[in-house]
Design a binder for this molecule. Structure first.
Ligand code: ATR
Length: 277
């Protein structure tokens, strides 16, 4: 099986590491190659990629939108999000999917199944590409009240209004979110704030956090962001970024192979890999 990743820069991507393990675990002989492409000659490089006849590939920054005009069909969720991170070659036709939101939700459900037994109140911080996938999947798969807080409120509004049903929640400033922090069952941090090398940065304070809240951060470098450290210090339970990273890959692998791999052992190995990075 021939798999790969397109994007730029991708030299330090963990996807080859993850997919090589998934191939091994599924007992499939195969490869996962990096195709670092220049945005200026994207079309030409896509023609080259067609000739490579990959069975499937992942798409990352800055091509998640650009790839869409090159595809033969696009799954509804990816259309709604306006971004594709996984492409399957189905008898020569390229079909686009987006596994980010689904990967996030599955990883959260695997760790905290009780969160899905009831109506919950959630806060999503951020309104970028990653937030969109998480927001729409959470909205479709749970009966939650979901507030969105973003530095630029217009982007939060666009995110809430996209899709068939409009959202059930409020648009907040970061300060408002901070002052309401004790009222949430679930808080999901989706911005790049706190990512290596800006380890001290934190999007909002969790000073008033309740210990009953589950706090998630999609940043995985570092594994323990300043945001998660504060949440833990408050006695809250946490969900780390590498959990989403692994599950979005597991879903992509499932789309390509039809095989659902048992991922709990891989999660620990990925953690070790990231600690050494
Ligand atoms: P991605 O696709 O990785 O989610 P993105 O689309 O650039 O990336 O979105 C980044 C998110 O981080 C946005 O919500 C952005 O807020 P704006 O919409 O106001 O730009 C947020 N973000 C990035 N840097 C930030 C900062 N220093 N303070 C507050 N929010 C920040």
């Amino acid at each position: 099986m021939k798999l790969g990743l397109i994007g730029n820069p991708i030299k330090h991507s963990l996807s080859p590491w993850i997919h090589t393990r998934l191939l091994n675990q599924a007992n499939i002989a195969g490869s996962y190659e990096l195709y670092e492409m220049e945005p200026g000659s994207f079309k030409e490089q896509v023609s080259f990629l067609r000739k490579e006849a990959l069975d499937g590939f992942n798409v990352t920054v800055p091509f998640k939108q650009k790839i869409m005009t090159e595809l033969d069909d696009i799954d509804e969720q990816a259309k709604l999000l306006g971004a594709v991170n996984t492409v399957k070659n189905l008898d020569g036709k390229w079909i686009g999917y987006n596994t980010d939101g689904k990967g996030f939700l599955h990883s959260l459900r695997a760790k905290y199944p009780e969160l899905f037994d009831k109506n919950i109140k959630a806060l999503i911080i951020g309104a970028g590409g990653a937030a969109k996938g998480i927001y729409h999947t959470l909205k479709n798969e749970t009966t939650s009240h979901i507030d969105i807080a973003n530095r630029t409120s217009e982007r939060a509004r666009e995110m809430m209004e996209a899709g068939a049903e409009s959202g059930n929640g409020d648009i907040l400033t970061l300060q408002e979110a901070e002052s309401r922090i004790a009222s949430y069952d679930l808080i999901i941090q989706t911005t790049t704030v706190g990512m290596k090398p800006n380890l001290e940065q934190q999007i909002i304070s969790l000073k008033n956090l309740s210990e009953d809240t589950i706090v998630s951060d999609i940043v995985y470098q570092p594994l323990m962001t300043s945001f998660l450290k504060e949440a833990q210090a408050k006695g809250a339970r946490i969900h780390q970024g590498h959990e989403m990273l692994l599950y979005q890959a597991v879903y992509a692998f499932e789309i390509w192979t039809g095989i659902s791999v048992e991922e709990s052992r891989l999660l620990g190995e990925l953690e070790e890999q990231l600690k050494g990075a």
